[in-house]
Design a protein around this ligand. Structure first.
Ligand code: NAP
Length: 487
């Protein structure tokens, strides 16, 4: 396939280059695959200027007109799905099948918000005086800065940009430096729709400079950030200066809890599918598996057998037997996994399978790993592992796992497996988490509010709640004149 060069920013509908560039590396080979612009203050200002100029006409368009651009965008993504998936895999590492699914997911989200933009309703409230009429309207927030991570580098751009544009906002997107090319390519498909220049802009480059430029500019009314809790906290503090609106989708520490009455085959399969998706680099990915003492051995055996079947390799491998696990995103991610594993082993964890780097020394591959005899003093039960390591703990009482979620600073997702309807309600209501999966681990759908509580973030992506993140409320009080000209 012909190599796609994606070395430009998108500002005011135009491709813009810079003299300084950033290398983009293929995590499967360690090779530099492209250089993207190292945009800074100047480029970010130009992007904000463009978004600000485009705002008034864009928000005045009918929702149907805005919808038409979004629908074309989704169509373009689907028409170019395979080419886009190849770009995604080349810089992020995930298997092509997952990348294709991610591009399809982008289109699904965009279409959903294209529709939902037509359902922004207001409210009429009874007045406090006979002649008072109160109405509440919802209006676009304004220019928004959207900052996205590398783990779902296509999906995150679509999930933020689509609701923002549907709500009538204009945007400046800053994608992660590990995975800027897929964001540039997804924007290319948006530009092809003929969307008015300046409505959507994209700047790659130094995060701190681009971030600071977005925060200091009063015309940028909102920041939506997905990434680590550490950076999210810094940005939340920074937003305080102008009381800028901010949404944060941050890290998690999701437990998967398996009760003795669960369908163990279903639980093991769902756990392995979730845990090892995207090489374990998923914010709502399972971090620890809590197996009830009565079924711990059986469940461990099933999980180990499934993990052993997983094929690790080049995400871009078109072979007939598709791989399920690509490399980690970079050397630092690999070292973090090794560090957490070493700590667990020193504290008594048993490696049931995996536990080593694998593949070519230049790629960042790690074996799918399952650990048993895991205890809560091990770092990997308290921190995001963000790698293909599944630690299994044992528990006896529901309250032990409820307390685990209560004591964790995170609260993104929790999963449990049971057939007892009483327990379903009890646990779903008690687990301290923004999202709960019961007898399944799939949570990311456009119509539901994805997001966390506590240090996992504020705000939601998905559903009408996701659109609300880009809307302001305005309350209008009207005093009516009576037929004699008085009030
Ligand atoms: P990250 O290091 O926090 O980076 C995320 C984004 O923020 C990148 O675009 C990064 O740019 C940018 N950034 C870094 N420092 C910044 C600053 N000072 N000002 C403005 N922007 C800044 O996170 P990551 O390692 O890419 O992503 C992994 C994390 O994201 C995990 O913790 C994961 O759980 C979380 N995540 C959460 C969700 C959710 O929905 N809750 C979804 C996906 C991922 P550079 O790349 O240029 O540094």
């Amino acid at each position: 396939m012909e190599k796609t060069t994606l070395n430009y920013l998108w500002i005011k509908g135009e491709k813009v280059s810079t003299t300084e560039t950033i290398d983009v590396v293929n995590p499967a080979t360690g090779e530099v695959i492209d250089q993207v612009p190292n945009g800074g203050k100047k480029e970010t200002k130009l992007a904000i200027n463009a978004a600000y100029e485009a705002l008034k006409p864009w928000k005045k368009l009918t929702p149907e007109k805005r919808e038409s651009y979004l629908v074309k965008w989704a169509d373009n993504l689907l028409e170019n799905r395979d080419e886009l998936a190849a770009i995604l895999t080349e810089e992020q590492g995930k298997p092509l099948s997952e990348s294709r699914g991610e591009i399809e997911g982008c289109a699904t989200f965009i279409r959903w918000y294209a529709e939902e933009g037509k359902r922004v309703y207001g409210e009429v409230i009874t007045g406090s005086k006979e002649n008072q009429r109160i109405s509440v309207i919802k209006q676009p927030v304004g220019v928004c800065g959207l900052i996205t991570p590398w783990n779902f580098p296509g999906a995150m751009v679509a999930r933020k940009t689509a609701p923002a544009l549907a709500a009538g906002c204009t945007v400046v997107v800053k994608p992660a430096s590990e995975t800027p090319r897929i964001a540039i390519a997804i924007f290319e498909q948006l530009m092809k729709t003929g969307i008015p220049a300046g409505v959507a802009n994209l700047v790659t480059g130094k995060a701190s400079v681009i971030g600071e430029t977005l925060f200091e500019d009063r015309r940028v009314k909102k920041i939506s950030f997905t990434g680590s809790t550490e950076i999210g906290k810094q940005l939340m503090k920074r937003a305080a200066d102008q009381v800028k609106r901010i949404s944060l989708e941050l890290g998690g520490n999701a437990p998967a809890i398996v009760f003795p009455d669960a369908d163990l085959d279903l639980a093991a399969k769902a756990i392995v599918d979730n845990k090892f998706e995207n090489c374990g680099q998923m914010c709502n990915g399972i971090n620890v598996i809590y197996a009830h003492g009565e079924i711990k051995e059986k469940l461990t055996e099933k999980i180990v057998n499934l993990a052993k079947e997983l094929k690790v390799g080049l995400g871009s491998d078109p072979g007939t037997d598709p791989i399920q696990i690509g490399p980690l995103v970079n050397e630092a991610a690999l070292k973090n996994v090794e560090h957490l594993l070493q700590d667990a082993k020193e504290k008594g964890a048993k490696v049931e399978t995996g536990g080593e780097r694998t593949g070519d020394a230049t790629g960042y591959f790690f074996q799918p790993t399952v650990l048993s005899i895991v205890t809560l003093d091990m770092k990997l039960t308290q921190e995001e592992i963000f790698g293909p390591v599944a630690p299994i703990l044992s528990f006896q009482k529901e309250q032990e796992v409820v307390e685990f979620t209560e004591n964790s600073p995170y609260g993104l997702a929790a999963y449990f497996f049971t057939r007892d309807v009483n327990r379903v309600y009890r646990m779903a209501e008690e687990l301290d988490s923004g999202m709960i999966g019961v007898n399944g681990t799939s949570l990311s759908v456009p119509q539901a509010p994805f997001g966390g509580i506590k240090e996992s973030g504020i705000g939601r992506e998905g559903g009408f709640y996701g659109l609300e993140e880009f809307l302001e409320l305005k309350y209008i009080s009207l005093s009516l004149e009576n037929d004699e000209g008085g009030y």
